[in-house]
Design a protein around this ligand. Structure first.
Ligand code: SF4
Length: 282
């Protein structure tokens, strides 16, 4: 079976991941759904499960643009990686999990936007077309174990380290094995040399090139919270209105993500929010 030694400088991008067996055909991608400095222990366990069971790389994906670009650079630099095990729970603000699945299925359009992604700024400005296309060809399957945003049940598929480990194990078997709805085996390296590229930083703030913008001034999450319905109904995917407010001020969510703000009764509040946050038209 063809395997390729990793090139000098591999992996080209730094990040919150661990390097395991370079000759393994699988990388583990754990969605990081918090912007706190500390990684939640249940997500750390998934990362370690990937590493312990033999993944080439096992790490966190937090954003649908720059984070995704770095992950792509590290994967196309190692042709041995043919699968991604996607786990954790979706990050309701950035939707990196959904964006990854859309990228694999649909690619990017002429504006470098990931087709059909629902994320706020799913643009890959900092990668070459070659890297994007190579990634889509080299990865033959994303084993999707991702849980819904906000999932806390650690026996759910995407939060269970044993399930993640079994998925990784399945990917490096010599003979095909069935794992959930996937038939997996190690088919050997992608038949082209490593593609070693780094992100080129045309856009460290992709929302700007995307025609959107972040608010120039710091807006208080408390002020924003007071304009929300305050029912904590969770229809936006956040546990509370306060959590939604804190993501609004970080440009991780848009007012329209709260379905109640779309009702006529909340037209004034929505308008005030958009004005406050500089999100008119979003
Ligand atoms: S959907 Fe709106 S009202 Fe419900 S929790 Fe989210 S922000 Fe609050």
């Amino acid at each position: 079976m063809r395997k390729v030694a990793p090139p000098d400088g591999y992996p080209p991008e730094k990040g919150r991941y661990a390097r395991g067996n370079d000759f393994s055909p699988v990388a583990v991608c754990v969605i990081l759904d918090t912007f706190d400095f500390t990684i939640p222990s249940e997500l750390e366990e998934l990362l370690m499960a990937g590493l312990d069971t033999g993944a080439a790389l096992s790490g966190m994906l937090q954003t649908e643009n720059i984070g995704m670009e770095k992950m792509i650079c590290n994967i196309v630099a190692n042709p041995n990686i043919r699968y991604i095990v996607l786990c954790g729970r979706e990050a309701s603000g950035h939707l990196p999990g959904q964006s990854l699945l859309c990228l694999m299925e649909k690619g990017v359009d002429e504006k470098r936007r990931i087709v059909e992604s629902n994320a706020p700024t799913p643009f890959l400005f900092n990668l070459s077309d070659e890297a994007i296309e190579r990634f889509r060809k080299q990865i033959v399957a994303v084993v999707n174990l991702l849980c819904e945003a906000g999932e806390t049940d650690r026996s759910a598929l995407g939060l269970d380290p044993e399930v993640v480990g079994k998925a990784v194990w399945s990917c490096f078997q010599e003979e095909p094995v069935q794992f959930k709805r996937y038939t997996l085996y190690d088919m050997g390296a992608y038949p082209e040399p490593p593609l070693v590229q780094k992100v080129v930083w045309k856009a460290s703030k992709p929302w700007e090139l995307a025609g959107t913008h972040k608010p120039q001034k710091q807006v208080s999450a408390l002020v924003v919270y007071k304009l929300l319905p305050g029912t904590n109904c969770r229809d936006c995917g956040e546990k509370t209105c306060r959590a939604f407010a804190s993501k609004l001020v970080q440009w991780m969510r848009l007012p329209k993500d709260c379905p109640h703000l779309l009702k006529p009764d909340f037209a004034e509040e929505r308008s005030a929010l958009e004005s406050l946050l500089g999100m008119q038209g979003e």
